[in-house]
Design a protein around this ligand. Sequence first.
Ligand SMILES: [Zn+2]
Length: 234
Amino acid sequence: MRSSMLELFPTEWDRALVLMAHPDDAEYGASAAVAEWISQGKDIRYVLATRGEAGIAGLPPAESGPIREAEQRTACDRVGVSNLEFLDYLDGRLVESLDLRRHLAGIIRHHRPDGVITLNHRDSWGPRTWNSGDHRALGRSVLNAVADAANEWIFPDLEEAPHTVSWTAVMSMEPSHYVPVSAESVEKAILSLAAHKQYLRALDSRPVEEQAADQVRMATGGGDRRVSFEVFGL
Ligand SMILES: [Zn+2]
């Protein structure tokens, strides 16, 4: 969809929480918007459900987890995000459940963001491209947890006071809004994805920087320089 058919993403907010399943999920496009928002002085925090320890073929989870965590910290540094937290779910085995919703609702209440950003909760990324179980479970649980966080009656055992999020932005194939981003933010996003060095090397024999540049340019609409989201709640 051309950005001319999409609405401009809201600008009047201060804090957003990026809730993703894995290291690298935010770096396939969203990070260009994150870099742009940080340059505007907004407060962006990342919470990742897993360490992505099942993500590198040939490298056992015990070795892969710490590498991927470190790569994510570098990826965050490169777009100016200092607030990064990992939950302790097992990579590849996320399940959409009331427990996960309660956990996420508690996290949303704790950080009290204006908006939440997550990854595609839908079954596919387009024709014949199945979306991973982790992405679907996390994305759907996030959308539910946003409602749960605002409702005092669903998880009355949560300690923190209810909190209402204004919007939830999903990196999906059915975008409704776009964020214009500068060339500098695109460059930061490329460096941010390239921080996932060992992960990208295991995926593709091309140089990491080349892979990252291709992916981020595609995700930011090439010369259009915009990041698109499917936005709920507006
Ligand atoms: Zn992922």
